[in-house]
Structures are given as C-alpha cells and as structure tokens.
Design a binder for this molecule. Structure first.
Ligand SMILES: [Zn+2]
Length: 337
C-alpha cells in the first residue's frame, strides 16, 4: 500500500469492484470479508465501509483497509500482479459507469443479485445428478450409505467433464471465489458438488473429494459467507414440528434419509444470525452436531442462541458413532442381525 496507487486501483469504481467480487452492500456498508479477524469468526455488524470518492475501503472492527487492489487480493487470495490483471479485465468488461444499485435488506437475501449467484446457476446447469455406477455414485451409496437418487433431489451434482469449464470466463469463477490461490479452478479435485438453494435458485456450493488425495476433503468458495443453510428449501414445503440442524451436507442427507427433516450448517460455527427467522415457524429445533468435544460445545452455544431468539431448541446426539452418517452406516450394516 504505497502512496502512489497503481493505475489499476482506480480502473473501476470500488463499489463496482465490490459487486464483481460478490460483496453485497447496504449503502456504503458491507459485512467484512475478513471473518477470522472478527469475534466469533464473522462480522455481524456490518463494519466494512467503502469510500467511493477515494476508491478505498476500511473495516471499523478488524481494521483491514486499502484500495481496490487490496480488496481483490484479500477476497480472492491473489497476489499483487494477479489482482491487477483481474481489475484490468474487469475494467475492459465493465467500463466505468454509474455504481451498481445499492442493495438493501437482510444480508442473506442480497447474494441473489450478485455475480457469484449467476456463476452458481451456470455451474448447476453444467452438472448432472450422479450416475449410481460412477465413482461419485458409488462413494455416496457404498461409503456413505446414501440413496443416490434422494441425494440428487437435495442438490448433489457432478461435473462430468472438467474440460467443459475451459470456456467459462475465469474472472467470473474468480468473482465467485472459485479460483485457488494457485490460479486453478478450486474444485478441480473435488468432483462431488452440493448445491445450496434459496427458493429453488442455487446460491452456494460446496465440493467434496472422494479419493482422500486432496489436501482438504471439503471446499467452499473463497471469501464468501454461506448465504443459506444446506437443504433450506425443505423449510418452505411444510409446517414442521421438528427440524434438525446438522453439521455439513453428508450428515444433513443422512438425517433426512433416516426420517429426521434436516438442514445443514457448514461446520459447527457456520450458523448465520440471519437464519434464525427461517426457524421461527418450526415448533422445535433439534441441534444434531457431531458426537465430539467441538460438536458438543458448539451445540450448547447454538441451542442458547436459538432460545435467545425465542425458538424452542434442544440438543441431541447420534445414538451410535461419531456423527449421523456413522449412525446411518451402522443401521445399514446391522439391518439383518
Ligand atoms: Zn473486518
């Protein structure tokens, strides 16, 4: 961050840069991208402020600040030169014009209008339900005990041909947080994709390695908060007496398959405060996290939060094994005893 900014820092108005990165704003404010710099792992306020006259941003909670190049670097995890290239491409595609419309309303509704949502929709169209005889289908059925057709209904998809992505504009993938810091497609080694829907529109995605060879078994777009719980649309199809909250997509599918209507949070800390309203019509919410220290602690915390929001909640644990998927496998393998 020198005193003489690189020309690319001014090539596109910072609010347009923010929009292209999928950051949803309310006026000049947005939820900060630097979640780990905030108490509880996310910025609930929002504290990130844009100064469009100066082309700069600053977070009043964690202190991150800078110009458009710094913003692109931080959100997409790029180096300086890559960020400059990204901004130059954006400038070519979207000549400076009036700033995009200000998005108002709850943060979880805003991503519908973002560039990332368009990418998730395109990716959804490029994918297909897993073939039961494919590697992905066999992973779901044999390793996880899941009904492949049911998983597909819940948004589990496979990209049959990675090469078909070759023609997709890389800057769009980057804006959706789908380019790794090595400049590669983020899910290159994670062929099993879980789509998150908001009223039937795909608004988020996470992907899983099925071979054990990738450095992380599950990945989600970089720099983006998960806007809705996995399997959220289940909440809109009925008036539920009970809803289970599970850790991760596989457990959510496992619980649902066992007859427990479930939504999923991405990890124990993944529940967003905008989601409490979704659960108000439910008579009782049951937190079904993993049977380990972290799961217990996070479960107690989430139960307290739900009760603070006036939502009756309790805590349950899988009757067998570490998580709900273990329980599903145990029941499958001991069916005939
Ligand atoms: Zn911050």
């Amino acid at each position: 961050m020198s005193n003489a900014p690189h020309p690319a820092a001014q090539a596109v108005p910072i609010l347009q840069v923010a929009a292209a990165l999928g950051i949803s704003r309310d006026g000049r404010r947005a939820h900060c991208f630097n979640g780990p710099g905030h108490h509880g792992g996310q910025d609930n306020n929002p504290s990130l402020t844009f100064f469009s006259d100066y082309g700069r941003f600053k977070c009043y909670a964690c202190g991150v600040k800078g110009d458009a190049i710094d913003l692109v670097r931080a959100v997409l995890g790029l180096g300086f030169r890559e960020a400059v290239g990204w901004l130059e491409r954006l400038a070519k595609e979207a000549p400076p014009g009036p700033a995009p419309p200000v998005l108002v309303g709850p943060a979880f509704a805003a991503p519908l209008a973002s560039a990332a949502t368009e990418v998730f929709r395109d990716l959804y169209r490029m994918t297909a339900a897993p073939d039961p005889n494919s590697l992905e289908g066999r992973y779901l059925a044999e390793k996880r005990g899941l009904d492949v057709a049911y998983a597909a209904i819940c948004g589990v998809r496979v990209l049959r041909d990675l090469n078909s992505l070759g023609i997709y504009p890389p800057h769009k993938l980057a804006a959706a947080g789908l380019v790794s810091k090595w400049g590669r497609f983020l899910f290159e080694r994670h062929p099993l994709w879980f789509f998150f829907f908001d009223h039937h529109r795909p608004v988020h995605i996470c992907a899983r390695d099925i071979t054990g060879s990738a450095y992380a078994k599950e990945l989600a777009p970089i720099g983006r908060q998960c806007p809705v719980p996995f399997n959220q649309d289940l909440l809109f199809i009925d008036k539920w007496d009970e809803i289970y909250i599970c850790e991760g997509c596989i457990d959510t599918l496992s619980a649902s398959q066992l007859g427990y209507p479930a939504i999923g949070v991405p990890g124990t800390q993944g529940f967003q405060r905008e989601w409490f309203d979704l659960l108000r019509p439910v008579k009782r919410v049951r937190v079904l996290f993993d049977n380990d220290e972290a799961g217990h602690r996070a479960g107690i915390e989430l139960r307290a939060q739900l009760r603070l929001h006036g939502i009756p909640a309790d805590l349950v644990h899988p009757a067998h094994g570490k998580d709900v998927n273990d329980l599903l496998l145990h029941l499958r393998d001991n069916k005939h005893e």
